[in-house]
Write a protein that binds this ligand. Sequence first.
Ligand code: ZN
Length: 133
Amino acid sequence: MTPQKIEHIGIAVANLEEAIKYWENVMGLKCYNIEEVADQKVKTAFFRIGEVKIELLEATSPDSTIAKFVENKGQGVHHIAFKVDDTNQALKEAEEKGVRLIDKQARKGAENLNIGFLHPKSTLGVLTEYCQE
Ligand code: ZN
Protein backbone atom coordinates (compact mmCIF):
# COMPACT_ATOMS: atom_id res chain seq x y z
CA MET A 1 0.00 0.00 0.00
CA THR A 2 1.54 3.25 -1.13
CA PRO A 3 1.14 6.18 1.27
CA GLN A 4 -0.64 9.21 -0.17
CA LYS A 5 1.19 11.92 1.70
CA ILE A 6 2.94 12.75 4.92
CA GLU A 7 0.08 13.33 7.32
CA HIS A 8 2.13 14.67 10.19
CA ILE A 9 5.53 14.81 11.81
CA GLY A 10 5.58 13.83 15.48
CA ILE A 11 7.94 15.75 17.75
CA ALA A 12 8.64 14.75 21.34
CA VAL A 13 8.82 17.66 23.77
CA ALA A 14 9.52 17.94 27.48
CA ASN A 15 7.02 20.73 28.09
CA LEU A 16 4.03 21.15 25.80
CA GLU A 17 3.20 24.68 26.90
CA GLU A 18 6.71 25.95 26.20
CA ALA A 19 6.85 24.05 22.92
CA ILE A 20 3.57 25.61 21.77
CA LYS A 21 5.00 29.05 22.52
CA TYR A 22 8.01 28.30 20.33
CA TRP A 23 5.89 27.05 17.42
CA GLU A 24 3.52 30.01 17.70
CA ASN A 25 5.96 32.83 18.44
CA VAL A 26 9.00 31.81 16.43
CA MET A 27 7.51 29.68 13.66
CA GLY A 28 4.33 31.73 13.46
CA LEU A 29 1.99 28.72 13.33
CA LYS A 30 -1.27 28.49 15.25
CA CYS A 31 -2.05 25.58 17.53
CA TYR A 32 -5.55 24.42 16.53
CA ASN A 33 -6.00 21.38 18.76
CA ILE A 34 -4.73 20.09 22.10
CA GLU A 35 -5.72 16.57 22.95
CA GLU A 36 -4.79 13.98 25.53
CA VAL A 37 -4.52 10.39 24.33
CA ALA A 38 -4.90 8.46 27.58
CA ASP A 39 -3.88 4.98 26.41
CA GLN A 40 -0.67 6.36 24.90
CA LYS A 41 0.01 8.50 27.98
CA VAL A 42 0.60 11.61 25.92
CA LYS A 43 -0.77 15.07 25.49
CA THR A 44 -0.62 16.33 21.93
CA ALA A 45 -0.78 19.72 20.24
CA PHE A 46 -1.37 20.16 16.52
CA PHE A 47 -0.31 22.78 13.97
CA ARG A 48 -1.01 22.89 10.25
CA ILE A 49 1.64 23.78 7.74
CA GLY A 50 0.37 23.37 4.19
CA GLU A 51 -1.01 19.85 3.91
CA VAL A 52 1.19 18.54 6.69
CA LYS A 53 0.64 18.76 10.42
CA ILE A 54 3.11 19.04 13.24
CA GLU A 55 2.16 16.91 16.25
CA LEU A 56 3.89 17.82 19.50
CA LEU A 57 3.88 15.05 22.08
CA GLU A 58 4.42 15.47 25.79
CA ALA A 59 4.42 12.49 28.18
CA THR A 60 1.71 12.47 30.84
CA SER A 61 3.39 9.66 32.79
CA PRO A 62 7.03 8.64 33.44
CA ASP A 63 6.35 5.24 31.83
CA SER A 64 5.09 6.78 28.60
CA THR A 65 7.20 5.91 25.53
CA ILE A 66 7.57 9.66 24.99
CA ALA A 67 9.05 10.09 28.48
CA LYS A 68 11.58 7.35 27.71
CA PHE A 69 12.37 8.86 24.32
CA VAL A 70 13.03 12.33 25.79
CA GLU A 71 15.11 10.79 28.58
CA ASN A 72 17.26 8.72 26.21
CA LYS A 73 17.51 10.91 23.14
CA GLY A 74 16.31 14.32 24.22
CA GLN A 75 13.57 16.34 22.59
CA GLY A 76 13.22 16.14 18.84
CA VAL A 77 11.66 14.43 15.86
CA HIS A 78 9.98 11.26 17.10
CA HIS A 79 8.06 9.82 14.13
CA ILE A 80 6.75 10.46 10.64
CA ALA A 81 3.12 9.59 9.90
CA PHE A 82 2.03 8.53 6.43
CA LYS A 83 -1.56 8.72 5.29
CA VAL A 84 -2.92 5.45 3.91
CA ASP A 85 -6.37 4.26 2.83
CA ASP A 86 -6.38 1.35 5.26
CA THR A 87 -4.02 1.14 8.22
CA ASN A 88 -4.66 -2.56 8.90
CA GLN A 89 -3.92 -3.45 5.30
CA ALA A 90 -0.76 -1.31 5.29
CA LEU A 91 0.46 -3.00 8.51
CA LYS A 92 -0.26 -6.43 7.07
CA GLU A 93 1.63 -5.69 3.85
CA ALA A 94 4.62 -4.32 5.78
CA GLU A 95 4.69 -7.45 7.94
CA GLU A 96 4.59 -9.65 4.85
CA LYS A 97 7.68 -7.80 3.63
CA GLY A 98 9.50 -8.68 6.83
CA VAL A 99 8.98 -5.46 8.76
CA ARG A 100 8.62 -5.77 12.51
CA LEU A 101 5.43 -4.14 13.77
CA ILE A 102 4.77 -2.27 16.98
CA ASP A 103 1.03 -2.51 16.32
CA LYS A 104 -0.42 -5.64 14.76
CA GLN A 105 -3.80 -3.93 14.57
CA ALA A 106 -4.78 -0.32 14.01
CA ARG A 107 -5.77 1.63 17.14
CA LYS A 108 -7.28 5.04 17.75
CA GLY A 109 -4.82 7.90 17.89
CA ALA A 110 -5.19 11.64 18.32
CA GLU A 111 -7.68 13.36 15.99
CA ASN A 112 -9.63 10.10 15.78
CA LEU A 113 -7.22 8.61 13.25
CA ASN A 114 -6.71 4.87 12.88
CA ILE A 115 -3.01 4.53 13.52
CA GLY A 116 -0.37 1.80 13.59
CA PHE A 117 3.39 1.92 14.06
CA LEU A 118 6.24 0.05 12.37
CA HIS A 119 9.28 -0.72 14.50
CA PRO A 120 12.23 1.63 13.87
CA LYS A 121 14.63 -1.36 13.91
CA SER A 122 12.96 -2.43 10.65
CA THR A 123 12.63 1.02 9.09
CA LEU A 124 16.23 2.27 9.08
CA GLY A 125 15.71 4.13 12.33
CA VAL A 126 12.62 6.10 11.34
CA LEU A 127 9.69 5.39 13.64
CA THR A 128 6.94 5.11 11.02
CA GLU A 129 3.24 5.60 11.65
CA TYR A 130 0.47 4.71 9.24
CA CYS A 131 -2.71 6.66 9.69
CA GLN A 132 -6.13 6.58 8.14
CA GLU A 133 -8.82 9.19 8.53
ZN1 ZN B 1 1.62 10.64 15.18
